[in-house]
Every structure is written in C-alpha cells, then in structure tokens.
Design a protein around this ligand. Structure first.
Ligand code: ZN
Length: 137
C-alpha cells in the first residue's frame, strides 16, 4: 500500500516504543502488556491491539482503525527500507535479475538504499488482487 512501516521482533519493547514516539509511529501489536503502558494510556503513543491471528483479519483491522487507503501509493516504496523506488530501464537491470524475469518483464524499479530490484511478477499480481479485495470490503 506504500505506507512507511517497521518490523520489530518483540525482543525489545522499549526500543520499539522509543522509536514509535520519536518517529510518530503507530504500534500494531497483539501484546496486551504494551497497551497498559503509561505512554499509551495517557495518549502519548497510539497502539492498535490486533485481535486476530489471521493475517487478512489483521489487515482489515489496521485498514479500518487507521482509515488507510489501499491505493495510497501501492508498490511505491521498498519493502525493506521504506525508500521511494526509482524506475529502471530493462537494460539497467539486465545483469541484476534472473534471465527468465528479464525475458518476461519490461518495467523495473530499484531501491536507492538497498538496491533491491522490483518487477511486476506473480508476487506483485497476487498482492494486487489482495489489495483489491481489501478495497471492496
Ligand atoms: Zn530497500
């Protein structure tokens, strides 16, 4: 969807909370301890307590609670580093993508930070279908 996100593995709640406060982020968690923290109860930090274990239900909850736009800027930023992706020509990525991809894809994007190359393959298609489903419901 193009929203800037970070993932924390749950080992260091304090660092996650400090980062969220410093960067104005919303925490999505199923950890009921976090919502009891003072920074949350006093309204300083926004936390959404995710109620389902099922990823699509979790998405629905996040979209509805935060009033997210599924078409905000889909596939515009790097999944790893949140950097806006840059258009690359077929020739520019010739040696950077698998031969089958090079033969079948014409549009490419590159992350300026981690240099990961993106293209509209089957993974992109299935994510696009999922986003359409979320928009309808
Ligand atoms: Zn990146």
């Amino acid at each position: 969807m193009g929203y800037d996100t970070l993932f924390f593995d749950g080992r260091d709640d304090s660092r996650m909370i400090a980062t969220a406060l410093a960067e104005g982020r919303v925490i999505l968690t199923s950890d009921t301890q976090i919502v009891r923290r003072r920074v949350v109860t006093n309204g300083q930090l926004k936390v959404i307590l995710i109620s389902s274990d099922e990823p699509e239900q979790q998405m629905h909850q996040a979209i509805n609670t935060l009033n997210l736009d599924c078409q905000f800027r889909p596939f515009a930023i790097c999944l790893e580093c949140n950097q806006p992706l840059l258009e690359r020509s077929k020739q520019q990525v010739k040696d950077l993508v698998p031969p089958y991809v090079f033969q079948t894809q014409s549009r490419y994007m590159e992350c300026p930070a981690c240099h990961r190359i993106y293209w509209r393959g089957t993974h992109w298609q299935s994510m696009t279908e999922k986003l359409k489903k979320f928009m309808k419901s």
